[in-house]
Every structure is written in C-alpha cells, then in structure tokens.
Design a protein around this ligand. Structure first.
Ligand SMILES: [Zn+2]
Length: 243
C-alpha cells in the first residue's frame, strides 16, 4: 500500500495549505531494522533536488528521532534512532529545516523561470541545501551585469508578493505551456496529471517539492557566486537573506 503523502493533497481541497502541515498522526504499516513505513506522512523524502525532512515520532510512553527519510520504488522509509513501541505515532516535522527548504525551493523556481524568460537559458541541474543552493543554466555565459539583473528580477517578484499556486494539470497542457523551461522526459510517461507550481505570472513548472504560499516569504535572494561549468553552462550559487 502506498503511503499517502499529505503535502501533495492540494487537489482534495481538505487542507488549504498542505505544505505547511507540521504534525500528523499515522499508523505504522511496515518495519525494517531501522525504519518504519507509515500509512500517511507529512515528511518529505529526499529527491528532486530537495533534501529530506527530519523530526520526531511520539507515541504513548516514548519518542524517537526521524534521522532520514528515503523513497525507493515508491516506498517511503522513515529512518529512526529508536523503533516506535506502538502501532500509531504522532509525527512532528522539524519546521525550521523544512521551512528553509520551502523558501529555497520556491526561490529556485523563481530564478529558473526568470532566467528562462530573460535569457532563454534552461535549468539543467539544481540542488537545494538549508543555507545555500545552486542552479545550473544552459546555454549561459553570465557576466556581472547579468548576475545583478537576475538577482534584481528575483527580488522584484518577492517585493511584489506574488502568489504561489499549486494545482494539477493534464500532461499535454503542461507540455505546451512550458516550452523548454523544464524537461518532462524525467517524469514517467504513465503520469498523465502533473502537479504544477505557479508563481504569479512569473513561472509555471511541474514539481513534487514543498513550496511557499507567497513569494514574499522567500526574503531576499543574494547571489554568492557564478561558476562556469564549461559547455556553455553556468552555475549560480545563492543564499537567502531575511526580508
Ligand atoms: Zn521544484
């Protein structure tokens, strides 16, 4: 049985902001030497350039730390320092860490969308961290003026407080809308409905990650460095400052 992923459930309309869900109750449906599988979870499993969540499980009479969350062939495993001594747990996501990832991930979409719009360069790689992130663009050869322009464009959308909407759309519709902004090839052809993250009128991109409600929550984008990776590829490394 597949684990219900609670932060993905916008479409059901039950929880208006499921990415902001920090606590939940779940049943343990399987156990391994150092992990449990749950019937539902709000923990993000590592993947798609976003690190996993950490946090706690509590049950009557005990608690354990969730050290790592992995996903393999659709199975989400919560790796713990101590096996729950109950069949029901209360999960608590480490919100400080997760919220940083939401700010980073949303800012990455914003930067990718703006760079595609302004320079026609595609995002060919990205990795989010808690304190900094990187995005690789191609074809690109950014000088200091272009870097400044990218930073300013990101911060303008943030200052405008553009809304971030999450919804599902048919794959064919998505294909027509995104042009070369993102590659759909990585998503199995069997997936006919895609989860879209849309930032105001600035960006539209399919993604399974956790995101903010509004761009204003990002703070301020500060580009730390640009590195040439050869083959017309530029890497931008940036951090987020408080608004
Ligand atoms: Zn994403």
């Amino acid at each position: 049985m597949a684990t219900r992923v609670l932060y993905m459930e916008e479409r059901r309309g039950q929880n208006p902001d499921p990415c902001y869900l920090r606590e939940f109750d779940a049943k343990v449906v399987d156990r391994g030497p150092d992990f449990v599988v749950l019937d539902q979870t709000a923990f993000y499993a590592e993947g798609g350039g976003q690190p996993d969540d950490t946090g706690m499980f509590r049950w009557t009479g005990g608690e354990s730390r969730v050290l790592r969350v992995t996903k393999d062939k659709g199975v989400i495993r919560h790796h713990v320092d101590r096996m729950p001594a109950a069949d029901e747990v209360h999960g608590v996501v480490d919100w400080d860490r997760r919220y940083k990832h939401m700010r980073m991930h949303t800012s990455q979409h914003l930067m990718s969308g703006l760079v595609f719009r302004i320079f026609g360069a595609r995002t060919v790689g990205n990795q989010i961290h808690t304190d900094y992130s990187r995005v690789d663009f191609q074809p690109a050869s950014f000088g200091p003026e272009e870097i400044k322009r990218i930073e300013d464009a990101c911060n303008q959308v943030i200052a405008d407080g553009q809304d971030v909407r999450i919804f599902e759309e048919d794959r064919v519709v998505v294909q027509n809308k995104i042009e070369d902004r993102a590659l759909l090839d990585l998503i199995p052809a069997s997936v006919r409905r895609l989860r879209i993250i849309q930032i105001g009128e600035t960006d539209y991109c399919p993604c399974g990650g956790t995101h903010l409600k509004n761009a204003s929550e990002i703070g301020k984008v500060h580009i730390l460095e640009k590195r040439s990776k050869g083959r017309e590829t530029d890497r931008i490394i940036y951090e987020l400052l408080p608004a």
